[in-house]
Design a protein around this ligand. Structure first.
Ligand SMILES: [Zn+2]
Length: 228
């Protein structure tokens, strides 16, 4: 039984016991309910390149640690795994567009860019993910033509402030440290497929809580992380 459950059943005696445990150094968590924790700021956790067979485990890790995130899905994977798009939404995540086939968009003409973006809007909507308002270009590569197509579909371009380097072989410790550099409003790049990132999630959550930061949504108006 969790500490929280025992607190709910026996608020006074268990709170006193928890205080005693904290005093004894054997209990490090705060006895107060998690939902009472102050959010002094919000950060945007983002996971690119899903949905995939890794998505259920990622969603489990996020929900178990009370984190919400923005999933920048590839359209080809949303079309192949529509139930996982629905699972993302059901788990409280937000869904963005990350192109259909993950090309270098800056090497394509406007019609091809339009196809990459529009087909992904359709695939995500068909899967039940809603019509995305956020777009992350593959590799963070953009130009005026990409921006014109984004505008056509009412999409806000979201790059990142902090790169976890999970795509580049970063270990869980380094990914936790990267998340530790986030400040209010900022966004971190991570990936759906990274086992190291999934392993880092409990410590990312602990680190944010310790700094009074909460996981937020990304505002299409400002491109910054805000309260959900
Ligand atoms: Zn990507």
């Amino acid at each position: 039984m969790s500490t929280r459950t025992r607190l709910a059943l026996h608020p006074l005696p268990t709170t006193l016991a928890a205080v005693a445990l904290v005093a004894a150094g054997t209990l490090t968590v705060n006895a107060a309910p998690a939902q009472a924790a102050a959010c002094n700021g919000y950060v945007g956790l983002t996971f690119d390149d899903g949905p995939s067979g890794n998505t259920p485990a990622l969603l489990n890790a996020l929900t178990q640690n009370r984190l919400r995130a923005t999933m920048f899905n590839q359209g080809q994977y949303a079309a192949a795994n529509p139930s996982q798009v629905q699972a993302q939404v059901n788990a409280g995540m937000w869904v963005g567009n990350h192109s259909y086939t993950h090309p270098h968009l800056t090497q394509l003409g406007q019609a091809q860019i339009d196809s990459e973006i529009s087909r992904t809007q359709q695939a995500i909507a068909t899967a039940g993910g809603g019509t995305p308002k956020l777009f992350r270009p593959p590799y963070g590569e953009t130009n005026s033509t990409v921006k014109a197509v984004e505008a056509k579909y009412g999409l806000t371009e979201i790059i990142w402030d902090v790169d976890s380097q999970d795509w580049n072989g970063a270990g869980a410790d380094a990914i936790v440290q990267a998340a530790g550099r986030l400040s209010n409003g900022q966004i971190i790049l991570m990936h759906d497929w990274s086992a190291n990132t999934r392993a880092a999630i409990p410590r990312i959550a602990q680190g944010l809580t310790a700094r009074g930061l909460c996981a937020g949504r990304i505002s299409p108006q400002t491109g910054r992380a805000v309260a959900p």
